[in-house]
Design a protein around this ligand. Sequence first.
Ligand SMILES: [Mn+2]
Length: 418
Amino acid sequence: MAKRLARPSPNGTSSNGLSPNGTARGGPSTAGGGSLSEDGIHPIPAGRAARPDGAPVAIGEYGRRWGWDAPLDAYNHQDLPTYVGPTSFSHLPWIEDPSELLARNVDVAIVGAPYDDMVTHRPGARFGPRAIREAQNTAGGLNSLQLDVRPFEELTVVDAGDANIVPARYERGHAMIYRKVLEVAGTGAIPVVLGGDHSITWPSASAVAEVRKPGSIGIVHFDAHADTAPDSWGQLSGHGSPMRRLIESGAVLGKNFVQVGLRGYWPPRDVLDWMGEQGLRWHLMREIEELGAEAVIDRAIEEALDGPDAIYLSVDIDVVDPGSAPGTGTPEPGGMLPRELLRAVRRIVGKVELAGMDIVEVSPPYDWAESTAALANRVALEAISALAVKRRDGATVRHVARLGRAKVGAAVGVGAGR
Ligand SMILES: [Mn+2]
């Protein structure tokens, strides 16, 4: 693997510890630290002004004795192994400021929604965003074998950080997720939201629908469950109801809603009747068993393109069989294979205009060997790689932002203290 060299200078690191030049577009850097030697080894200066009196700390007797003063190469954050340093998605730059997202013309921004106040069964999805970020063993500029594309070279992708979530204040949490996604999508970047329980799709897709106005969005929704309940034990914003709220509010029309992978013993008949009245289209797992995933996904794509201007993709990881994705809140046996889901994501993102997406219900405390978190990580990467193929082929990827630079922050009004 080609290693790129980074500046050893402290100037190369921003206050949050991530390199502002950490994207794959960077290259060998000589800024701030002298020139590279012929073999690519970058000498680290022997002293740094680090003592309280300002005197440099120099390599001393022991260092010289053991050869620890030899020239060594240093790596920037993105090229270091993923277990080293702060955790961002694929070690991408961590950029929370929307004006910076706008200035960099960011194409795709990862957003964390560490929220699980709305689960009806196993908790733990609040730890999902961090686990999904961590579940990647390859650093640096990735190369998609399946799509033959280097996603971070074609696209500017960053990690925009998490919504400003605190525990137990569930209405505040949804509001903050709405604002964070609105802020990110308002810059033109495609938000890839890491949940969190599935209730986060309500504020997240609402924000994307808002930004895309006057255009319309449709939703392609992978899940074992329809998530269209009127309520859960009286709670209207639970993780069994987000799709109902989105349709009721008009953010998405029922006829522009396509569900894939439903199975098991929920929802009850009256909820299915309501779905039918709204014009929802859903594909049971049985259909995948009988026709194959390929044929069903083709149908879903055709339906998704029937009306809306762009698609929001919502992936509940429980659509996959719990044998492969055990780390989730409401496991339902008999689901899709990981490879079927990954292929479906590549195909859908390759064919429709993606306005935003989320990957939800990853509950790390119930996971084994990171298999669920790794799958969720790859769902995001497959979508990003499919977008990269589009960009390479000349298609539009990022949304033309409607909000001006000055309006992005002010329109949303997200502050650290809220
Ligand atoms: Mn769900």
